[in-house]
Design a protein around this ligand. Structure first.
Ligand code: PXP
Length: 249
């Protein structure tokens, strides 16, 4: 199957804010990183406003809405507070993620199947406000079907398990995860969902995921911000873009 379209790269700038917050000041500025990412070819900027504000702040979201030329993908937990913030800003896209205070990062996908009613009500006003609603889930048939039923337009498949197995040298397990991601991308597309993917992707893991014809967007943060330390933000993003394009026939 031919790819469904150009694969977009969303650059997640959360960890520029992590470094800034380590000293409690204003440097380095995530907005400056976002503008640089934009110039380097990012098709969108992703930022996760966590309940505990450990990296991105409310002021960062205000600033991003003001300065970005590319769409903002606003990641948030399904809470009333976040819904109100999203409805105030009406970003291009809203990605609903699970959130636990004690976790270091978003560890798993959202449990949609068990929370179907609640989530359907939660996302309806966001859709009505014109936001594209995406649900961050594992490559699991049950969750995908539930995401379609609640009226999400997009799912983002969690690539973390694939990347973790790859990093630990468990190549058989990485391949298993990859197969599930591939099969579930096709299945989600067959249900009319747009498919995105992300979490933990690196130069070494991006190509097989970028090659899935149904995947329309990858959201990548931690690795790119880390790599920017070594080669600079613009070359770090350009290399990711090159690998994504190479993987896409
Ligand atoms: N997509 C979603 C929904 C996420 O929660 C995250 C992490 O915040 C990412 C993509 C990016 O993951 P990473 O920072 O590991 O590249």
């Amino acid at each position: 199957m031919e790819p469904l379209g150009k694969l977009r790269l969303g650059v997640n700038i959360d960890h520029v804010a992590t470094v800034r917050n380590a000293r409690g000041g204003a440097y380095p500025d995530p907005l400056r990183a976002a503008k640089l990412a934009e110039e380097a070819g990012a098709d969108g900027i992703t930022a996760h406003l966590r309940e505990d504000r450990r990296h991105i702040s409310d002021a960062d979201i205000d600033g991003l809405m003001e300065v970005l030329s590319v769409p903002l993908n606003f990641e948030m937990a399904a809470t009333d507070e976040m819904q109100a913030i999203a409805l105030r800003h009406k970003p291009h896209a809203v990605c609903i993620v699970p959130e636990k205070r004690e976790e270091r990062t978003t560890e798993g996908g959202l449990e949609v199947a068990r929370e179907e009613n609640k989530l359907a009500h939660f996302i309806a006003p966001l859709r009505d406000a014109g936001c594209r609603v995406s649900i961050f889930i594992a490559a699991d048939r049950k969750q995908i079907e539930a995401a379609a039923r609640i009226g999400a337009e997009v799912i983002e498949l969690h690539t973390g398990a694939y990347c973790d197995h790859f990093a630990e040298g468990n190549h058989d397990k990485a391949q298993e995860e990859l197969k599930a991601l591939r099969d579930m991308s096709a299945y989600a597309h067959s249900l009319g969902l747009e498919v995105h993917a992300g979490h933990g992707l690196t130069y070494d893991t991006v190509k097989p995921v970028a090659a899935f014809p149904e995947v329309m967007e990858l959201n990548i943060g931690h690795f790119l911000i880390g790599e920017a330390i070594f080669r600079g933000m613009t070359p770090a993003i350009a290399e990711m873009r090159r690998l994504m394009d190479e993987a896409r026939p």
